[in-house]
Every structure is written in C-alpha cells, then in structure tokens.
Design a protein around this ligand. Structure first.
Ligand code: BTN
Length: 224
C-alpha cells in the first residue's frame, strides 16, 4: 500500500484517477482540497481538520458488476465502523452512503471508476467546525465530543474496516448496514434528477442495495 501525502491538492480522487501507475490500495491523503468533488458534480468543501483521502481498488474480474454496485454501501459501513472504533458514538447509515450523527452529516463518499480501478474518495468532518454552505446540515467529531483526533488514525481504521467488509459475506454486511439505517420509519420523498418519484415510509435496504419505500400501501424499490 503506497501512501501519497499532500498539504494541499485539487482533489484526491482526481489525483488517483490521473496516475498511470496505479496499484491496488494506493492511498492519497490531503490536509485540504482546492477543488474537492462531491456526488452529482457538487463542490465538496474541504477544510483543514477533515480526514480527506482516496484509495484505489483494483477490479477483480471474478467479481460481478452487481458486487461492485455495492461499493458505495460497503464504503459507508466501513466509515461507520472505523469511526466507531475511534469514538463509539450513535452513528447512523443514511442510504445510499452518508454517515449521520445527531441528524447531521459527518462524512461524504464518492466512488468513481477509472480503467480497471475503483477510486473511493472519503471526506470525514473530524476536527473542523466550518462546513461551508452545509453549515446547518453537517457536524464533526470535535463538534460532538470537544476532543481532537488524529485524522490519519481515522483514515487507516476506515481502510482496515473496508478490507474486512469487502471480503465479508454480503448478507452479513447488509444486516450490519440495516442495523444503522437512518431512514427506516421516516417519511421521505424520493427525488431523482430534480423530479419527485413519490413520498412514503422508508423501510429496509434490500439485497441489491435498493431502498424499500412504502408508498400508498405499496412497497417500491429505489435504485442506488
Ligand atoms: C458527497 O457529495 O457527499 C461526496 C463527497 C466526497 C468528498 C471526498 S473528499 C476526498 C475525495 N476527493 C474528492 O474530491 N472528493 C472525495
């Protein structure tokens, strides 16, 4: 496992995507990002004090596309597991792959594909208390406990959890994920590409990683 460290970088995901000599579990860690990328092309505010990193996972041709579709969920439960090892708080898994605590987001995960590698980029609010435009919706470990943490300890704990969960039986991993399901029992509206697909009560996450939602007495499944 090679580790590349930067005080400042545009985006750790972009850095790995641009490396031609990528190896399995190459990892890049940065103190800040000037052009952090979020899901759906959003900007990811990347302040000092966050754990900002990406690692590469080489595609194994023996695994199916279905198995790789689970990666965002596996990454999510790995962040939850890693954080729990550092500070045992009441984290929740918000489908598809956000980790929440006290109803606020504590981390963001972006999985991308380049050649035969998946790039798993993770930003965890650790010692920072500035969350930019997401100020009301986000929190950090320090905000909750008042303590300072080693971001590198957190990063390696999360990667170790990922290695463990990625090699585990999916039924077991899914059970773990469902035991922390933040949305379960909540009234939610499913919005895709700005369009509402309906409102209902969220249930479990099912085998394919889809979320079951009861809408007008009928159970519907929504894709990752
Ligand atoms: C989200 O929109 O919730 C996902 C945010 C992912 C941010 C991380 S920070 C490390 C890595 N580098 C990036 O540019 N993005 C990811």
């Amino acid at each position: 496992m090679r580790i590349f460290r930067f005080n400042e970088i545009d985006s750790t995901n972009k850095y790995l995507k641009e490396r031609e000599d990528l190896k399995d579990y190459d990892c890049v860690i940065a103190k800040t990002q000037t052009a952090g990328v979020g899901r759906r092309g959003n900007v990811w505010v990347s302040n000092e004090g966050m754990a900002i990193f990406s690692f590469a996972l080489q595609e194994d041709k023996n695994l199916s596309l279905e198995e790789y579709m689970r990666l965002p969920l596996v990454a999510g439960i790995s962040v939850l597991g890693g954080l729990k090892k550092i500070e045992n708080l009441d984290y929740k898994f918000k489908w598809t792959n956000d980790i929440y605590i006290q109803d606020k987001k504590i981390c963001g995960i972006l999985v991308e594909k380049i050649r035969d590698f998946f790039i798993i980029g993770i930003g965890v609010n650790v010692n920072n208390d500035d969350f930019g435009y997401a100020q009301d919706k986000a929190t950090s470990l320090k905000n909750i406990t008042g303590k300072f943490y080693s971001t590198e300890d957190i990063i390696f704990c999360i990667i170790n959890e990922f290695k463990k969960y990625f090699s585990e039986n999916w039924e077991y991993v899914l059970k773990e994920i469902n035991s922390y399901n933040y949305l379960k029992g909540k009234e939610i509206e499913i919005i895709k590409y700005g369009e509402s697909l309906g409102s209902g009560i969220a249930k479990d996450i099912v085998y394919e990683g889809r979320l079951k939602v009861e809408i007008d007495g009928e159970e519907k499944l929504f894709n990752i």
